[in-house]
Design a protein around this ligand. Structure first.
Ligand SMILES: Cc1cc2nc3c(=O)[nH]c(=O)nc-3n(C[C@H](O)[C@H](O)[C@H](O)COP(=O)(O)OP(=O)(O)OC[C@H]3O[C@@H](n4cnc5c(N)ncnc54)[C@H](O)[C@@H]3O)c2cc1C
Length: 440
């Protein structure tokens, strides 16, 4: 075994946060990624650091998903296909869409909220990361007055967990930001949350890691995790055959994590939920904070002098061509709420994957059966927000320190199959680049 060196696969928010906390604790770290920092989900997301966010598994979501299955314009689109892993994922997902499960999830997810923002603020201050971080909450903006009670009920359910909210009428909203359309009925203001420019945060975090001594190897595509004769994680083999040795391995490869973990007995039921963003320049006036538009599910986030529209959930095989109608729906869905969107010029378009487990909860911690192996993935729509607190938890696991926060519902053991791991894992799910062309 190599003298203590942790090898991390994935330079997304989870991988880099883990590397940061390990390096600050004096641990030698190598991070491997096949793509430059700045291209993955941790950079293209909506940038809402929305603490107290609900998981995907909520009562009614699975039925709604089924209803929308054949509608290519619905906010959640599941491409129907005879794939046993999708059928099994959907069935398990459906079984978890109930109130008692949601209540259990929220107890754990809500406990992660304030600590993760404190870590963001610590890292930003200590490393001088310039990422337009603003602790001014986010708005659930409601068009139809009939939907206001439901929006408020969702916010009220967070109060016992220590979260505050404020109701704003349409006029109060427009007094703060006149760009909101006259038809907007009001909003719930989740005041505790924050938002940032995610790619700028990630570039700042990568630079901080490098300063702290992290060896960032890009491009390096991991093919398998290696084990030594005693069965302990011993490094990573790349698709080129190159081996990076280590005393511990952390798999933080987003939606591709299941491919790397499966050969080691960890069978994470994973689907990639693709979303898009369109970044606009020149919108005459931006909302005062980040928003989610209640009826169209579009996230609208001011980032410096630009506006990012992000959203839609597509569950289909990784690598399918973009569905440009869904990208256009972001603009259409936002224009009804915010005036001047049509005057914005497209500065960038992007698509990426949320890693989604079938029970809606992240997978964070030690992998049974292989000492020295850890995993951090499946944060779905909350990965940017929960990245730092996950990174700290993984660093504590690797260092054998007590956990600052117990995360029993995220324990990877729930997916451990007990199958004897192969001596040398045989490969990972290939990633196909998504051609940025309209689907036929
Ligand atoms: C449209 C959209 C909007 C979103 N909005 C928000 C939001 O507002 N707030 C929020 O909290 N979350 C949001 N999310 C979710 C969030 O972006 C993700 O949950 C989070 O980025 C996942 O981080 P990660 O580090 O697990 O994975 P990733 O960011 O996907 O990083 C994984 C990395 O692993 C690398 N990798 C994979 N396999 C290999 C391999 N074999 N070898 C080498 N490298 C490999 C990849 O290249 C990648 O860089 C959004 C997601 C989308 C798609």
């Amino acid at each position: 075994m190599t003298a203590s060196r942790t090898v991390i696969v994935g330079a997304g928010i989870v991988g880099l946060s883990t590397a940061y906390f390990l390096a600050k604790a004096g641990r030698p770290v190598t991070v491997l990624d096949r793509e430059p920092v700045g291209e993955g989900a941790s950079c293209g997301n909506a940038g809402l650091l929305s603490i107290g966010h609900y998981p995907l598994t909520r009562p009614g979501v699975s039925w709604r998903g089924l209803k929308w299955m054949f509608d290519r314009n619905a906010p959640l689109f599941i491409r129907p296909r005879p794939d046993p892993s999708l059928v099994s994922w959907l069935w398990t997902f459906h079984r978890h869409c109930n109130q008692p499960w949601l209540d259990r999830c929220m107890r754990e997810l809500c406990a992660m909220g304030f600590p993760t923002l404190a870590l963001f603020e610590e890292m930003i201050a200590a490393e001088g990361i310039d990422c337009d971080y603003r602790r001014d909450g986010w708005l659930d903006v409601v068009m139809d007055p009939a939907n206001l009670p439901h929006a408020e009920a969702e916010a009220r359910a967070l109060v016992p967990h220590g979260y505050a909210y404020r109701m704003l009428t349409g006029d109060e909203l427009r007094r703060r930001s006149p760009c909101f359309a006259p038809e907007v009925a009001g909003a719930v203001w989740y005041e505790d949350s924050a938002h940032c420019h995610p790619a700028d945060f990630m570039r700042g975090l990568a630079a901080a890691c490098t300063r702290a001594g992290v060896d960032l190897r890009i491009p390096f595509e991991a093919a398998s995790v290696l084990r030594d004769r005693a069965g302990r994680a011993a490094g990573v083999r790349g698709t080129s055959g190159e081996v990076v040795e280590g005393s511990d391995v952390v798999i933080a490869a987003g939606v591709w994590s299941d491919g790397l973990a499966r050969d080691l007995g960890l069978d994470i039921p994973m689907q990639g939920a693709r979303g898009y963003h369109r970044q606009l320049k020149g919108v005459p006036e931006l909302p005062f904070t980040g928003c989610v538009l209640h009826e169209t599910f579009v996230a609208v986030t001011p980032m410096r002098d630009e506006l990012r529209l992000a959203g839609t959930l597509e569950i289909q095989p990784v690598g399918r061509p973009w569905m440009r109608n869904r990208l256009d729906n972001l603009t259409r869905g936002a224009s009804r709420y915010i005036r001047g969107i049509d005057r914005g010029r497209t500065a960038a378009e992007w698509a990426g994957y949320r890693p989604c487990s079938s029970d809606g909860m992240p997978v964070v911690g030690r992998v049974p059966g292989t000492p020295g192996l850890f995993v951090g993935t499946a944060h779905a729509m909350m990965g940017m927000t929960l990245g730092p607190v996950t990174g700290r938890a993984l660093a504590e696991h690797v260092l054998g320190r007590p956990q600052s926060l117990a995360l029993p519902m995220c324990d990877p053991a729930r997916y451990f199959t007990n199958a004897p791991p192969r001596a040398v894992a045989s490969g990972t799910q290939r990633r196909a680049a998504d051609p940025a062309v309209p689907a036929a």
